[in-house]
Design a protein around this ligand. Sequence first.
Ligand code: EPU
Length: 421
Amino acid sequence: MDKFIIHGGKKLKGTVQVSGAKNASLALMPAALLNSGRNKLYNTPELNDVYTMLKLLSQMGVKFSFSNHILELNTTEINSFEAPYEHVKKMRASIYVLGPLVARYGYAKVSMPGGCAWGPRPVNLHLMAMEKLGAEITFEQGYIIASANKLKGNYINFDIPSVGATGNTLMAAVLAKGNTIINNAACEPEITNLCNFLIKMGAKIEGVGTSIIEVEGVDELHPADIETIPDRIEAGTLLIAGAITRSNIKVIGGITNHLHSILSKLEDSGCKLFYNKESIEINSENIEIKPIDVTTAVFPGFPTDMQAQWMAYMSLAVGTSNVTDTIYKDRFNHVPELVRLGVDIVMNENTARIVGVEKLKGAKVMSTDLRASASLVLAGLAAEGVTEVLRVYHIDRGYQRIEEKLKELGADIERVEGSEY
Ligand code: EPU
């Protein structure tokens, strides 16, 4: 297992490019199962989760080529409709194959995702929607089995907006007979990206980007090409790297409309931001970081995927801030590790109360999940002395060689391969 060694306290400078969005790619890739032929997914990030999805799709018969961030998926010969435990246990997003397989092939066998590193993450909404569309769902030895002759459009209401359930329902409804309305749909940009890909394939979808999406099913879809949106969470993480090290950096390629909740919180904390369509410049040189509370919410609210990174940043604020996660109430595995770096945090249910300290001090810390590891890297960049972040395979799931991007900005960070646990 690799680890990062960070000599903290260095100012960052220069520009850095945002890669394609992990959570968009993980929906776009299985969507290709809905047609037969060659699909091109531009700006696909080179991430471990993308490789896991590729393994899963290849094992179903999808042929692919992947270079220069262009992923070509050839879906002409699909011969297996199963997502085995070995892939699903690594990556819950494997459940995205359920909708397209049952819609196009009338059958899917998908391993039930278990708990995740920070607690329960149910899939009841995915299954409810498949049943509403006419699929029969049974369970066998830890697998979800969905079958249907032909799905039928229906009215689907989500009690809470779920990104994954909205994506899966869309991928099923586009080939169902008749109309489907998804009420309280997720409005995340990754879902809009998916809708646009489906529309390019010939799907009929209204209300894209809103919480009421209407789908008129079609008989078949054709292959299409799509540009993956930039990763708003990577962009946010890099901006915090600038903010936490009191630096002046420019992040290129993010979409500001996807980032307003993060940008405004950064501004509230005292950073100066200059942005246009191409780039976002952040300057936190010589600022006193103000304590700013955040409460996570669905898009366009503050993303749960930025909660851990925000906590790292707030650890150096002058004063006390509260960070509340309403989406995943247990997503706080990073707390004891941040404490090892000198962060002063007290938990009260799903709220972390962070009392800012003057300095963080380097230590050995352990990654426990993707965004937790990002927060440890950020804290390590600002900490005095040496921080070792162990088990960075977590960060490799969702950030494309983050240490190289940070090095480009002048950070002193090294990957040590095959090191201790
Ligand atoms: N939920 C249910 N039942 C369901 C599905 C979801 O109760 O059937 C609940 C969840 O427990 C959670 C809320 O609904 O409280 C929202 O979960 P959602 O379904 O939106 O999450 P997801 O689709 O499983 C995606 C991202 C996550 C991100 C969340 C929230 C992908 C592949 N994953 O997960 O990304 O945190 O949306 O924005 O798109 C990450 O990148 O680090 C990550 C975890």
